[in-house]
Design a protein around this ligand. Structure first.
Ligand code: NAD
Ligand code: UDP
Ligand code: UDP
Length: 336
């Protein structure tokens, strides 16, 4: 028999509250790459209870295996294009395929996820009074005509191209966020995420860092899409998660760019991967896809000033961390 006394006056309501965690947090898309790292970080705080909803289109339960069965964690198979009735304090809304090959696979579904999915999460936020953060994207700047991109730039986006389901979808999602904020007083946060990399990326998802690392490990040529002078800026996933949490906890609606301003051409990226991972591998030039932005680099002045955030991990430090994870998953150990 237990010696612990029950809390005084244990009315059902009070005792439920007594044992309740301080913050119940919903992460949509939490079985995905960034989402699962965000869940890891949120679960470190014992006052957080985390609920993930995901339809497993590009994510996997495996990314969350360390939390399945944990008393402060819950995983729900659910598609955000359908209404969701739960009670939460905060919503990190990430659900949406991020890699071009996946978001182009069923473009109509991608638009529904961005538009109807975000509408549903805003309806939920409105009903329960939760704060909601949207992971928007640097793709809202399209093929940018200003460089680097700051948040006041309206973008240069093709409305009818093969990428439009994603970038126009995210633009509407941002619009919905601001309309719910102005019309219904919802507390919103918008992060414009720039290219992010790290462990748990899908190995064959077609994104450049995952492609090059997998190719280098498999001894296959690194496929630089022409012309190879196009640039991107790559943020390591732990820095990204730190930025998202600061944005959620701070007082600014955004949009705020979160990304690493270190800018590389795709040829430079290939050379770095070659040098760090497999000096014997070849670098070849292959055809590009339509509407590929020629340059991309975040201006992170706002994140620095308003969130006190800046990335810590340089590309050459992050690539080996990702290599380790990819080698384990591919079952190919380093030989030299
Ligand atoms: P990801 O594909 O690994 O994760 C997305 C998750 O959302 C997956 O688990 C997927 O199964 C889930 N999902 C997709 N559609 C859904 C739906 N209709 N209902 C429920 N779940 C659904 O991608 P990621 O890289 O982790 O990206 C997360 C978020 O960050 C996305 O919103 C993406 O647009 C944004 N973002 C990512 C990057 C990047 O470089 N990774 C850049 C800019 C923006
Ligand atoms: N919604 C939801 N969960 C909720 C509340 C609303 O999924 O807890 C959905 C709802 O089904 C609707 C959307 O969010 O499609 C927008 O809701 P809102 O209340 O803003 O609009 P309305 O239902 O009045 O159209
Ligand atoms: N890219 C490449 N080789 C690949 C895959 C992509 O050179 O195997 C290039 C692509 O043309 C683009 C850049 O890498 O210029 C980033 O592509 P990714 O799909 O990773 O992200 P996004 O275009 O969404 O920024």
């Amino acid at each position: 028999h237990s010696t612990t006394k029950p809390p005084p006056n244990p009315s059902p309501l009070r005792s439920a509250k007594f044992f309740q965690a301080n913050m119940r947090i919903l992460v949509t898309g939490g079985a995905g790459f960034i989402g699962s790292h965000l869940v890891d970080k949120l679960m470190e705080n014992e006052k957080n209870e985390v609920i993930v909803v995901d339809n497993y289109f590009t994510g996997s339960k495996d990314n969350l295996r360390q939390w399945i069965g944990h008393p402060r964690f819950e995983l729900i198979r659910h598609d955000v294009t359908e209404p969701l009735l739960i009670e939460v304090d905060q919503i990190y809304h990430l659900a949406c395929p991020a890699s071009p090959i996946f978001y182009k696979y069923n473009p109509v579904k991608t638009i529904k996820t961005n538009v109807i999915g975000t509408l549903n999460m805003l309806g939920l936020a409105k009903r329960v009074g939760a704060r909601i953060l949207l992971t928007s994207t640097s793709e809202v700047y399209g093929d940018p005509l200003v460089h680097p991109q700051d948040e006041s730039y309206w973008g240069n986006v093709n409305p009818i191209g093969v990428r439009s389901c994603y970038d126009e979808g995210k633009r509407v999602a941002e619009t919905l966020m601001f309309d719910y904020h102005r019309q219904h007083g919802i507390e919103i946060r918008i992060a414009r995420i720039f290219n992010t990399y790290g462990p748990r990326m899908n190995i064959d998802d077609g994104r450049v860092v995952s492609n090059f690392i997998a190719q280098a490990i498999r001894d296959e040529p690194l496929t630089v899409q022409s012309p190879g002078t196009q640039t991107r800026s790559f943020c390591y996933v732990s820095d990204m998660v730190d930025g998202l949490i600061r944005l959620m906890q701070g007082n600014n609606t955004g949009p705020i760019n979160i990304g690493n301003p270190g800018e590389f051409t795709m040829v430079e990226l290939a050379e770095n991967v070659k040098e760090l991972i497999n000096p014997k591998v070849k670098i070849i030039s292959v055809e590009n896809t339509p509407d590929d932005p020629r340059q991309r680099k975040p201006d992170i002045t706002k994140a620095k000033e308003l969130l006190g955030w800046e990335p810590k991990i340089k590309l050459r430090e992050g690539l080996p961390l990702m290599e380790e994870d990819f080698r384990k998953r591919l079952g190919i150990l380093r030989t030299n």
